[in-house]
Structures are given as structure tokens and as C-alpha cells.
Design a protein around this ligand. Structure first.
Ligand code: C5P
Length: 408
């Protein structure tokens, strides 16, 4: 059977910046064109010292652009249009200067404007001298970009243009094409046909007939996950507590109130499920003696005895069968990563999703979130601030990839 190239009909914008490795980009353009991609090249001014626009125009079959204006009649190269046109942008070679500009949003040429206008995935293939690569400012710019979701194609080791030996050579065109191909290739959809139990919202523990102990959970993240799973073709069972938004309608859902009720429902459904995603904010304690009547404010102080709730996730992990997958959430106010990893291990989970409470655009009530996924084999993946439905999509994409690899 003929292989369908992942590049077929893909619109790839290659940004070339000044560096000796730019001479290799015509070869990359040839590879991508041969695989069926549409390629648009944008060069920085200094890139032209290393590779000619003519060569790139001929190979890409499109004018290689570098100026905002096409002519002195004022016709311009619309950077917004170019940024939105691309399915994927690759900056190669990306020197230390370009990485710094990208990390700080400096927009002083056509290429930088295109990058800032883009909504598609961005890949960067750095190339620079050994000491520039290891310099803390370069490394910190790279970290900023990675945290923002930019994909790095690591430079390779070898002899450098300076005569030094070490890391800093741009990845070879064939290797860059390989990385992009892996990214664009259709992924197996792990969740298709899987039965997934999702919990969402907060539990409420009654104090008396009118009061309760609760938390700020809105249910938005758990519902976004359920919605996304439905779109991926999973059969979703949704158990939710107190929420501020409406649950998805195209799945089985059950509302529970207390941790005990939520546990009972999960205990009932989990044995027939393949995956559990426990996004609910379950109260750790409940009131020992719930008053039958409304408590009167007669005394100056009121003591409530609290007893520990069952840990739903932990007890399900003890009952879990080999094929079942457990994913928990963690929300910490200090030593976040340490505590998240501790929970991953103590609750015998496959993955844990750490919410970033330090970011005002992440957490309970807001529509956006920022999370980090930790998998039990040490793999981790950061999902930068985005709308909760986008975070859910990115999270399930990553979890699905990881599960296809580790739990086929
Ligand atoms: O221990 P901690 O409450 O921080 O753990 C968070 C994870 O454990 C979440 O996935 C939450 O839904 C789950 N959990 C639970 N039962 C509890 C407390 C938390 O299932 N009683």
C-alpha cells in the first residue's frame, strides 16, 4: 500500500535567520516539497548573506519573502495573512538573537511579525556556537519558549563553524523533516471506544440542613475533559458534584453531593471502565454529627468535629485491574511538583495533572487554565495558559499518545 505522506497538502512556513546553517535549508525545502507540502519561505535580512532568495524561490515555487513591502507602490506582504496561512511554522536556523527576540516578542522584521501573528504550532531548530547555546540567557529564552508551547528541535553535537567542537549544529534537514513528519502524522486515537469515568466539580459536606463545607471548584475543567472525550469517540460516564456550569448532555451523567455519595457512584461505575479521570475537588473531611435542625447562633464560638473522608481515587487504585488507567488531579499551594509526584506514587496513578495555582489565569473559577502532566515513567508535559477546552484537548492528546505508547 502506498504511504500517504503526513506533509501532503500541509502549508509549511520556513523562517530562515542569519547563520551558516541557512545553506542547508534549500535541501529541506526540496524534501518537504517532494513530500507534497506547500512551502513558503520568509528570510531575515541577515539570512540573505548565507542563502539566496532566488534559490529558495525556485525550490519552493513561491517568492521567498523578507520585506514588508513588495514594491515601492506600497503593495505589502501581509504578515497576519502569512501567520494564519501556515499549518506549521519552522524557524531554522534560529540563532541566539532570534530566540531572544521570540521570547520577548520583539517584532522588528517580517519574520518576527509573522511569528507573532501565527496561531499554528511553531518549531524552532536552533543553531549557534557552543558557548552561546549554553549561555544562561539563551537557555532561559528557550525555557520561556518551551513553556509557551514552542517545539524545540535540539541542535546536534559536532564541529562548529567557529572551529570548536560541541553542541550547537542545527539538526540536519533530514532529521528536521523526520521530527515534523512525526508531529504531523495522524496519531492513534487511544480514547476511541474506551469507557471513561470522569469526575468533576466540588463535593459539599453538610453541617446542618442549610449549611455545608464546600470549595471553589466550578466543574469547568472536568466538563471540558468529558466534552473532549466525547468528541474523541469515548463512552463517557460523568459523575459530578457542585458546579457552576451545565454538564455536557451527550453522555451519561450523575450528580452527587458528598464525597461518600460520589464514592458510591464511582465504585458502581469504575469496574466496567477503562479509564478514570478524577478531576473532582473532593472534600478531605466531613462533619461527624450533622445537625438535624439549623444550628442557632447562640454561642460565640462553634466547634465542629470533622472526620476524614474516604479517598475515592486511592481506594479505586487498590481495586484497579491491570488494563485500567487512573489519572488524578493535584492542586497545591506550595512545593507543587513535589506534592504532585508524591500523590502520583501514593495513589498508584498512571498520570497526575498539576494545576498551577500561582497563575491568576489558572485554577477554579476562571475559563482558562495552565497545567503540567506528570506520568509514572517520568515523562512530563507542560500545557501553557489557554481556554479550558483547549487545555482539555492538549491534555488528552498528550495522555492519549502516552497511553498508546505505554498501555497499547
Ligand atoms: O490528596 P489530594 O486531595 O490532593 O488528591 C487529589 C486527587 O485525589 C484528585 O484527583 C481528587 O479528585 C482525588 N481525591 C479523591 N478523594 C478524596 C480526595 C481527593 O478521589 N477524598
Amino acid at each position: 500500500m502506498l504511504r500517504k505522506s503526513p506533509f501532503k497538502h500541509k502549508k509549511i512556513l520556513i523562517g530562515i535567520t542569519g547563520g551558516i546553517a541557512a545553506y542547508k535549508i534549500p535541501q529541506l525545502v526540496r524534501i518537504l516539497k517532494k513530500e507534497g507540502a506547500e512551502v513558503q519561505v520568509v528570510l531575515s535580512e541577515s539570512a540573505k548573506s548565507f542563502v539566496t532568495p532566488q534559490t529558495l524561490s525556485v525550490l519552493s515555487e513561491k517568492p521567498a519573502l523578507s520585506d514588508f513591502f513588495k514594491s515601492d507602490q506600497g503593495e505589502w506582504n501581509n504578515h497576519v495573512h502569512l501567520g494564519l496561512w501556515a499549518d506549521l511554522i519552522l524557524i531554522a536556523p534560529a540563532g541566539a538573537n532570534t530566540l531572544a527576540k521570540m521570547s520577548h516578542g520583539i517584532c522588528d522584521n517580517l519574520l518576527m511579525s509573522v511569528i507573532l501573528s501565527a496561531r499554528c504550532p511553531i518549531f524552532v531548530a536552533p543553531a549557534m556556537d557552543l558557548d552561546m547555546w549554553t549561555h544562561p540567557s539563551t537557555q532561559s529564552n528557550i525555557q520561556t519558549l518551551v513553556n509557551r508551547g514552542v517545539h524545540m528541535i535540539e541542535p546536534e553535537e559536532g564541529s562548529l563553524a567557529s572551529g570548536l567542537e560541541g553542541k550547537g549544529r542545527m539538526a540536519e534537514p533530514e532529521n528536521i523533516a523526520h521530527v515534523l513528519s512525526g508531529y504531523l502524522a495522524p496519531k492513534p486515537n487511544y480514547f476511541l471506544g474506551k469507557r471513561v469515568l470522569v469526575t468533576a466539580g466540588g463535593t459539599q459536606e453538610p453541617i446542618d440542613p442549610v449549611r455545608y463545607i464546600g470549595n471553589h471548584s466550578s466543574g469547568k475543567m472536568g466538563f471540558a475533559i468529558a466534552e473532549q472525550l466525547i468528541q474523541l469517540g469515548a463512552e463517557v460516564e460523568l459523575v459530578y458534584g457542585a458546579v457552576t456550569v451545565v454538564p455536557p448532555t451527550n453522555c451519561q451523567s450523575y450528580q452527587t453531593r458528598t464525597a461518600k455519595e460520589m464514592k458510591a457512584k464511582c465504585d458502581e461505575i469504575f469496574p466496567t471502565c477503562d479509564v478514570l479521570i478524577m478531576a473532582a475537588a473532593v472534600a478531605d473531611y466531613h462533619v461527624v454529627d450533622v445537625a438535624a435542625e439549623k444550628i442557632k447562633k447562640t454561642d460565640d464560638t462553634l466547634m465542629l468535629a470533622l472526620a476524614k473522608n474516604p479517598d475515592i481515587l486511592k481506594s479505586l487504585s487498590e481495586a484497579k485491574k491491570e488494563h485500567q488507567v487512573l489519572i488524578g488531579f493535584a492542586l497545591e499551594t506550595e512545593q507543587e511538583e513535589f506534592h504532585a509526584l508524591e500523590k502520583l506514587q501514593k495513589k498508584n496513578l498512571d498520570c497526575i495533572v498539576l494545576n498551577s495555582l500561582n497563575n491568576p489565569k489558572a485554577g477554579f473559577a476562571v475559563d482558562t487554565n495552565e497545567v503540567t502532566l506528570f506520568c509514572k515513567d517520568g515523562e512530563q508535559y507542560h500545557i501553557p495558559t489557554q481556554q479550558k477546552d483547549e487545555v482539555a484537548a492538549a491534555l488528552l492528546n498528550k495522555v492519549g499518545d502516552w497511553l498508546s505508547k505505554t498501555n497499547p
